[in-house]
Design a protein around this ligand. Sequence first.
Ligand SMILES: Cc1ncc(COP(=O)(O)O)c(C=O)c1O
Length: 278
Amino acid sequence: MNDRAIGPVLVNGIALAASDASVSVFDIGFQRGYGCFEAMRSYGGSTFRLDAHLRRLAHSADNLRIPLPEHEELLEWCQRVERGGDGLLRIYVTGGLDSHHLGVDNVIVVFLEPLPAIPEVVRLDVIEAPWHSDGRTSELSGAKTLSYGPNLAATISARTRGFDDAALVGMGDIVLEGPTFSLAWVTGGDVYTPSLDSHILASITRQATLEVANALGIAVHTGRFDRSDLTGADEVFVMSTVKEVTPVAAIGSATFAPGPVTERLASGFADLVRAETG
Ligand SMILES: Cc1ncc(COP(=O)(O)O)c(C=O)c1O
């Protein structure tokens, strides 16, 4: 249990040993997946784009109508935990004990998790995602909620078929994202990535990578693209807080070698992280 967190687990700002941190079985976060979360990355004690993550958390909580503590307080909790060094800084917000009174007796948990092993390349299985809003606007558009069951089921299903993870496609075979990462590919030297209009998560790594592409003079195209655009690409890569920029070696039966554009973006992203986190 204790190896799940580096240092204490803050529950509503109170530092507890990992084994003492808990959530009520009556919390709608546990019972219904009603809540939201963020996964950030601390590099040697400094979190990459902490403010952007907290803004996204505020947006998620707002969509769910869960009141949050002041930004400064959340920031202070994160700063206390990031000092643990390299790791994933996780923040979870539950809905609380009563859906009529959201945020009452709820918990906000902040802790630093050891980094998982990050593979050098990933192999993806294409999986249809009928649960994805796929461009249709809903109450929860853009929210990073605790209801990640379908995403995790897609990852597990891909693993049972010998892949590392899934590439999700929506209606009409439109490419969306991975269960916990964004997708992009390179064709003829340009970068292509699904636009946020399809209500994929507004990934902070994707945003930073597009900034890097821009700085390097690499053209970026966002839009609605179909599966054949992805599988017919020269290079494919994933982007996330955990995986940073990682090359994709396979999408179903299509295979890819790590390519020069992905390499430039990955090293540009690493430089950007170093510049911003010191
Ligand atoms: C569905 C989904 N897409 C993309 C991402 C990548 O987002 P970020 O770069 O902010 O980690 C995540 C991260 O958890 C995600 O859950």
